[in-house]
Design a binder for this molecule. Structure first.
Ligand SMILES: N[C@@H](CCC(=O)N[C@@H](CS)C(=O)NCC(=O)O)C(=O)O
Length: 203
């Protein structure tokens, strides 16, 4: 049965679920549909990516897709078995998928990428308003990763959700400066940037 992850590979959430599949060692296809394409609209009520197909089974929402792949396939568990460790992993995954994504991707990165004036210059109003929050978020993540990984002492699903967002955030000057001013997060990012699942899902 073919596993297909549907969605443009430069979406941080598509990248997260692809990292999960790669960490599990699962063979999958990536169908690079843009949000709101006819295919995506037929599979997601709000036209968002990623969407997944596994045989006849269809699923949307990156967390649901990631948990499904983790549960259904062999390979290393990306959510630990012990209840507290599992809950902490889901906590950081959920925080990444909501608060971190909302701030770093939607209010910072996408503003840099897409909010330009008629001369092609970045319109900074919204960016400037969130800069304090962006640096605070990097400090929060720095504390959280002091034990080596997010949510536990081992690589987990939380890392699959946070790495793509951190990676996008540090492409822009304030994000880069915020990352470089952290101790644990900076070395975590350097270390995980070498991970095959991260390298092979780079858009
Ligand atoms: N809660 C959704 C969010 C997915 C999401 O925001 N995807 C973005 C791409 S990274 C998208 O499709 N944006 C288009 C839109 O929201 O209309 C999930 O975790 O899958």
């Amino acid at each position: 049965m073919t596993l297909t992850i549907i969605g443009t590979p430069n979406s941080n959430f598509v990248r997260s679920v692809r990292m999960v599949a790669e960490e599990k060692g699962v063979a999958y296809q990536n169908s690079p549909e843009m949000p709101h394409s006819d295919v995506i609209k037929s599979l997601h009520p709000m036209g968002q990516v990623p969407v997944m197909r596994h045989g006849e089974f269809q699923l949307f929402e990156s967390m649901a897709i990631a948990r499904y792949i983790d549960n259904v396939f062999d390979g290393p568990a990306l959510v630990p078995a012990r209840p507290e460790a599992a809950a902490t992993t889901v906590q950081w995954t959920s925080f990444a998928q909501t608060s971190v994504d909302q701030l770093i991707m939607r209010q910072y990165v996408l503003e840099y990428l897409f909010n330009k004036d008629e001369n092609g210059n970045v319109v900074r109003d919204k960016i400037d308003r969130v800069l304090n929050k962006v640096s605070k978020m990097f400090r929060v993540l720095d504390d959280a990763v002091s034990s080596g990984y997010f949510g536990s002492g081992d690589f987990s699903m939380a890392d699959c959700f946070l790495m793509p967002i951190i990676s996008y955030g540090q492409l822009f000057p304030e994000g880069k400066e915020a990352l470089e001013s952290t101790k644990h997060l900076n070395s975590y990012f350097d270390k995980l940037s070498q991970r095959p699942s991260f390298i092979s899902t780079a858009a």
